[in-house]
Design a protein around this ligand. Structure first.
Ligand code: UT7
Length: 324
């Protein structure tokens, strides 16, 4: 059964943190951040905003765009690395707040690839008789970012994106997807503290173990290969050449990763959605925010082939090809 994206919505917090603001916090420069990452500014959540708050607004916007009501939702999946709390899931918090009682609700932990993993799970739910699956990618990385560490704090932004997945009654829908993971590099991008390995103690806080740690240049090398692999395998499964892709929506981690991936696929940059300059790396929210933007700006048309590819902590990576 073909499964399509019936609606999409996103939300980013109001507060903007520019590279010039960061110059006042750590030893960095607008020039370094722009040339090394492509980021100029990012949105940062307010102190009283948690991931379910951002998710709720994005979800309500997605419902509106799909012309659906909360009672129509069949399941809620939230992909996040920064849940409101370790448990219960952020999806359960969204479920009660949006008003969709007694539907399946759970979180997915797959780093920046989480939204795409969520889409694949939603697709199998639809194939098993559920419909109108709400898939949310949302993260507030600013709350686990060490603003004394210039190697990470310049990269991340906050946001949420949501999509409604349903049975397709036309030619539109997901054509193929590809997913994988390589856990052997788990400690190149991670948050050491706060789980059962290193529970919160005074010592763990003093050692700053509750913040994101990343070996940026190591991650970079794998990311380029993995994003390209995700694209090639996803296209191969659908037997569609890259030249037929109308829009490539890559996870927004670094403009150099995006450009290198597009080049390997021979896809010109005019066909690539780039918004990293305004959002930074919003982790699981990055792809649905970009997709929402592409639709709002009229960059996708009925019948277009859209390829989404992502790479993130785990490592996890994958791609989803769909016809709009
Ligand atoms: O979301 C999914 C996973 N994440 C990613 O895919 C991110 C992948 N990694 C990257 O995007 C890049 O590696 C970064 C943007 C994080 C870093 O760029 P890089 O070109 O790999 O730089 P680097 O880490 O090799 O550092 C180069 C230099 C170092 O100085 P030395 O040792 O050459 O003297 C760093 O200390 O740049 C220095 N540096 C900075 N300088 C100014 C690192 N961060 C900064 C900074 N401002 N913010």
């Amino acid at each position: 059964m073909r499964v399509s994206i019936a609606g999409i919505g996103s939300y980013v917090p109001e507060k903007i943190l520019t590279n010039f603001d960061l110059e006042k916090i750590v030893e960095t420069s607008d020039e370094w951040i722009t040339t090394r990452s492509g980021i100029k500014e990012r949105h940062i959540a307010a102190d009283n905003q948690a991931t379910s708050d951002l998710s709720l607004i994005a979800a309500q916007r997605a419902l509106k765009s799909a012309c659906l009501k909360p009672k129509d939702i069949g399941a809620i999946i939230v992909a996040t690395a920064t849940p409101d709390m370790l448990f219960p899931s952020t999806a359960c918090l969204v479920q009660t707040r949006i008003g969709a009682p007694r539907v399946i609700a759970f979180d997915v932990s797959a780093g920046c690839t989480g939204f795409l993993y969520g889409l694949a799970i939603a697709e199998s739910f639809v194939n098993n008789g559920y419909d109108n699956i709400l898939v949310i990618g949302a993260d507030i990385l600013s709350k686990i970012t060490d603003y004394t560490d210039r190697t990470t704090c310049v990269l991340f932004g906050d946001g949420a994106g949501a999509a409604l997945i349903k049975k397709s009654d036309g030619e539109d829908g997901i054509l193929s997807s590809y997913f994988t993971a390589d856990g052997s590099s788990w400690n190149l991008l991670w948050q050491p503290g706060g789980g059962s390995r290193i529970p919160a103690t005074h010592e763990s806080v003093e050692k700053r173990l509750h913040y994101v740690k990343m070996q940026g240049n190591e991650v970079f090398k794998v990311a380029v290969r993995a994003m390209s692999e995700a694209a090639v395998k996803t296209l191969e499964k659908a037997k569609i050449p890259a030249s037929e892709v109308a829009l490539l929506i890559p996870h927004q981690a670094n403009i150099r990763i995006i450009e290198a991936s597009a080049k390997r696929l021979n896809i010109p940059m005019e066909k690539v959605l780039v918004n990293i300059d305004r959002h930074g790396n919003t982790s699981a929210a990055s792809i649905p925010i970009a997709l929402d933007q592409a639709i709002q700006e009229g960059r996708v048309h009925k019948g277009d082939l859209i390829l989404m590819i992502a790479f993130g902590a785990g490592f996890t990576w994958g791609g989803v090809l769909f016809r709009y």
